[in-house]
Design a binder for this molecule. Structure first.
Ligand code: FBP
Length: 553
């Protein structure tokens, strides 16, 4: 065993040496060209006209296809890159893929990394990237190579500062590695540059552990696989623990601001007794009280069989979906957006329905709702302890059952633990591919695209890189009190095979303990162990495959 470096573990040193198979795309990248192609329908046709008015330049960005052609290097370029928003495993590898591919096009190309993401871009704080710097982060998690921030780029001042930065640095292109909000900024910047006759190309790649930056072109966002694998290992461990000691009810909240993709994926992997899927509960019009009563009923029935333990998964975004608190949040966000209101006056201005919902919540949750804000000024759901709230409400609900149920809840929030984990082989390869194809779009001078990879369920060598106009992924959404153009995120579809698969097992999971123990992410060993894919991705891929070919898989 080699000596440990001062601050690197033996494992990290081994991971630094791993070279993703997807690096082989570097061999052909110079032969690829980007051609306009037939227009594909917009993802939200009902908003298309309004979007065109807001984003007149971006709306004319054509759909493209990649074609093989002559070897075509480029002149030396100056390219900027930033990591934006919440960490997602694989971010560093996108930078490495970008770097490697730009050098394949021209060794003299210079790459600048903005420090603290959008903040660095606004303030013009950056460092030039070289091999020695970036290789130190090969296959590592986190965003510490450059650091990140959630600074929004939406005011005229912010946009003109960014324009100044790119002009000062003479940038030919800019890559933003981000989630839906960051890529909304990518789109806004592309529009702004086009409208100011600035030739700098702006493109984005999709990363978020939330799994919701997903549509007909993005099969799954970068980081989701690693993040769910990390949570699933922890859930499996808790299931084993509770099965051994048989006395705790584990209420586990999983990160994911709005959609329940993380809960769906982790549930398919671990088979918890109860998996709350916000989208399904919302469509049934359930209130928090009804949900708590349903959980209590299951726990009471388990108790009849002497099973006073359970695993309960709760999506972070639940509060935004259920009937009573959904309206409350919408009203709170609109009031908060007015600015200077005190917490008391915010509460006083709530409708009577929302006021009642607000005062039904424990005081601690009330103050979390009033004080925690995200970068839009909206209520920050990651700071709301839904697991505590539900366990308290379930305790209350259990009182209405005939027998006393021994109830020892243990609450958990699995959030930040997964965001900076070592990317799985899948995410490491996905990130490299995104970086390589980003270089292609930057070199060929195509602005306003999200870089995508198709065929992620297949072997790495069969993946297909490409790009989709950001405009096609946008829709109009209410944020605070305004309707704004944003990249659309995806909610769990309750008619999807993945969701149906989970709900089919509902009874079985609730009363039999069919837990599955995924164990830790594997990095070294056989392919079927180390190169797994998200189960939701595989299920959707199978569904599509069956639909398109009529074959069963
Ligand atoms: P992104 O959308 O930027 O990927 O971040 C998602 C997320 O990880 C959410 O799941 C969570 O609610 C939020 O970030 C927490 O953010 P913060 O880092 O600001 O606490």
């Amino acid at each position: 065993m080699e000596l440990l470096s001062l601050n690197k573990s033996y494992f990290e040193l081994q991971r630094l040496r791993y070279r993703p198979e997807a690096l082989s795309f570097l061999e052909t990248i110079r032969f690829l060209h980007i051609l306009p192609t037939l227009h594909t329908p917009h993802a939200s046709p009902e908003c298309e006209e309004e979007l065109k008015k807001t984003l007149p330049f971006l709306s004319s960005v054509p759909t493209v296809t990649l074609v093989k052609g002559d070897d075509s290097p480029s002149s030396p370029l100056r390219i900027g890159v930033l990591l934006s928003g919440g960490q997602a495993p694989g971010g560093h590898n996108v930078v490495i893929g970008l770097f490697e591919a730009l050098k394949v096009f021209n060794k003299k190309t210079k790459i600048f990394g903005f420090i603290k993401g959008p903040l660095g871009l606004i303030q013009g704080v950056y460092k030039e990237l070289d091999v020695a710097t970036i290789y130190n982060y090969y296959n590592t998690g986190g965003f510490d190579m450059l650091s990140s921030s959630r600074e929004k780029i939406h005011t005229e001042n912010q946009k003109s500062s960014v324009l100044k930065t790119v002009k000062k640095l003479k940038l030919d292109g800019l890559l933003i590695i981000g989630g839906d909000n960051s890529n909304t900024d990518t789109a806004m910047l592309a529009e702004y540059f086009l409208s100011h006759n600035c030739k700098t190309v702006v493109i984005g790649v999709p990363k978020t552990i939330d799994g919701d930056l997903k549509n007909r072109w993005i099969e799954t966002p970068l980081g989701f696989h690693t993040s769910c694998s990390t949570y699933s290992e922890m859930i499996g461990n808790l299931a084993k623990d509770t099965l051994s000691i048989r006395k705790y009810h584990h209420f586990i909240r999983l990160m994911g601001q709005s959609a329940s993709y993380t809960t769906l994926e982790c549930s398919l992997r671990t088979h918890p007794n109860i998996a709350l899927i916000s989208e399904s509960l919302a469509s049934e019009g359930k209130t928090l009280k009804e949900i708590s009563f349903r959980i209590a009923e299951i726990l009471w029935r388990r108790s009849q069989e002497n099973k006073n333990y359970s695993i309960i998964l709760i999506p972070e975004g639940l509060i935004q979906h259920v009937k009573d608190t959904k309206n409350l949040l919408i009203e709170l966000n609109a009031l908060i957006a007015q600015g200077e209101l005190t917490p008391e006056s915010i509460v006083n201005q709530l409708s009577s329905y929302s006021k009642q919902a607000f005062f039904n919540l424990p005081e601690e949750i009330q103050s979390q709702l009033l004080l925690a804000r995200d970068s839009y000024g909206n209520v920050r759901v990651s700071k709301i302890a839904m697991e505590e709230l539900l366990s308290t409400m379930v305790k209350e609900a259990l009182k209405s059952f005939p027998d006393t149920v021994p109830f020892q809840p243990v609450t958990h929030f699995f959030g930040y633990e997964s965001r900076a984990g070592f990317p799985s082989n899948f995410d490491a390869n996905y990130a490299i591919t995104l970086g390589i194809f980003s270089a292609l779009f930057l070199v060929r001078g195509h602005t306003g695209y999200m870089v995508t990879v198709k065929g992620l369920a297949k072997e790495y060598s069969q993946w297909e890189g490409g790009g989709v106009p950001l405009f096609n992924m946008m829709h109009m959404e209410k944020r605070g009190s305004n309707h704004v153009a944003v990249i659309k995120t995806d909610d769990v579809d309750t008619s999807s095979t993945a969701f149906k698969k989970l709900s089919q097992t509902e009874e079985d999971r609730a009363y039999r303990d069919n837990y599955s123990f995924p164990g830790p992410l594997q990095f070294f060993g056989s392919e079927d162990l180390c190169d797994q894919r998200p189960l939701t991705l595989l299920t959707e891929w199978n569904q599509r495959h069956v639909r398109e070919t009529g074959e069963t898989v």
